[in-house]
Design a protein around this ligand. Sequence first.
Ligand SMILES: Cc1cc2nc3c(=O)[nH]c(=O)nc-3n(C[C@H](O)[C@H](O)[C@H](O)COP(=O)(O)OP(=O)(O)OC[C@H]3O[C@@H](n4cnc5c(N)ncnc54)[C@H](O)[C@@H]3O)c2cc1C
Length: 473
Amino acid sequence: MSACVWFRTDLRLEDQPALAAARRSGPALALFVVSPAQWASHQDAPIKQDLWRRALIDLQPRLAEIGVVLKILHVQWWQDVASALVTFCQQNGVTEIHCNREQGVNERKRDRACFTALKTHGVELIGHDGQTLLTPGSLKTGSGGVYRVFSPFARACRARLREQPIVRVPVPDAMRAPADWQSDSIEALWPETLPSLAKTWPVDQTSIKQRLSDFLNTRIAAYETARNFPGQDGTSALSPYLAAGLISPAQCLEAAMIRNHGELETGQEGIRSWINELIWREFYWHLLNGFPKLSMHQPLRPETLGVQWRDAPEDFSAWAQARTGIPIVDAAMQQMLATGWMHNRLRMVVAMFFTKNLLLDWRLGEAFFMQHLIDGELAANNGGWQWSASTGADSAPYFRVFNPISQSQKFDPQGDFIKQWLPNLSSLDAKSIHEPTAQQRQALGYPAAIVDLKSSRVRAIDAFKRLSTIDTE
Ligand SMILES: Cc1cc2nc3c(=O)[nH]c(=O)nc-3n(C[C@H](O)[C@H](O)[C@H](O)COP(=O)(O)OP(=O)(O)OC[C@H]3O[C@@H](n4cnc5c(N)ncnc54)[C@H](O)[C@@H]3O)c2cc1C
């Protein structure tokens, strides 16, 4: 009889509640379910799937050191997971499976089906919390509702963290698994399908911890300002690891607080500001828990269902292929297409350009991001898109439309970022690089802007104004 840990987006040994519980009373099995059709339907980027694959290869020998043997199951769709798990448990004498809960509607549906099917065969499926700092749904407003606004949520979150400081779950002690337990070969069962970005996004713990400590030791002091400048290395770039669970939010919070002499709300400005971003991540997961419809393409503000989004496939393609003729937008899209990651300021700029200037449906942009981001995370991606589209919680008011040229001038003043990703514009000076003249565009082979920023801004505001119930404050 043995226990099993079912890994999902929690691919680590440290601070891993499900792993610790499965390993409590002896050697354990570990399981990862490869589900290509389901992942494709969730728009999970191939580059992100590759990160999961590489992370498991890295994890396997480390699991072996603590007596845990990793098995791989293949099912195309999650509706088939329950029966595959039942067979797996019967074949391996598994009596309990531990997992960290996930918040999406399909994830919850999958887990409910597995719970029921396993129970009828005498196997327990036991859920833990390993994705967030606090259990999603555990923070409520004074009237018992779900927080829809970030600031009060953040206050409540900090108060809870102060009252009940997080205790990280230790890595289980070393032990040997029985000699006849064999790990599966990940390389054989889940072969590499694309040239990997292993150099840009290594998955070993040494590199990830080094990234965290480099950031905390050198860059966090200037974070409050530097985080807005995409040409500077001003943020942690830890999001792919947080999204796949190679590092936990509690590990990040604890490291930041140690650097801040144990303080959460006071102390260094840069550290407080970074902790605030960890709380934004938390906010969006809690929001998704409270409003599961968010993972089913629904806006948080139902009145915005009435927005008449344009049907303009050519504009969509120009945006997606980084040829809108707005340099900062195209440079940002190039960054994502090349690395699977985009700077936060630019995610806001390109998403606002998409939903306001192009008046395209945020759901199309959300899906495109998920298809390309290595850190694609359901809650944060949905939250970021709904914020930009003014359809979400605590979102940008519909009449406050970012001007991408002003954003470019302000946050990439010398055009360094643009030059890095659009090298054909590198001969332009700091003034014209944000908005090249017609002659410069022609000489450098750069397209004219696909949209007039002023009139398209007015068009977007009008489209929202037409909604009778929209909040105009
Ligand atoms: C349209 C749009 C889409 C986005 N899609 C995603 C996504 O799919 N996955 C994702 O992790 N983040 C997403 N974000 C949030 C943010 O852009 C990234 O988390 C951030 O750029 C990651 O870089 P970093 O690790 O250097 O962040 P840092 O500035 O170092 O912040 C530390 C961590 O805090 C979290 N965080 C930071 N900013 C935010 C935020 N605004 N919302 C939620 N969490 C945040 C991330 O986990 C991040 O790694 C999106 C934002 C927008 C506007």
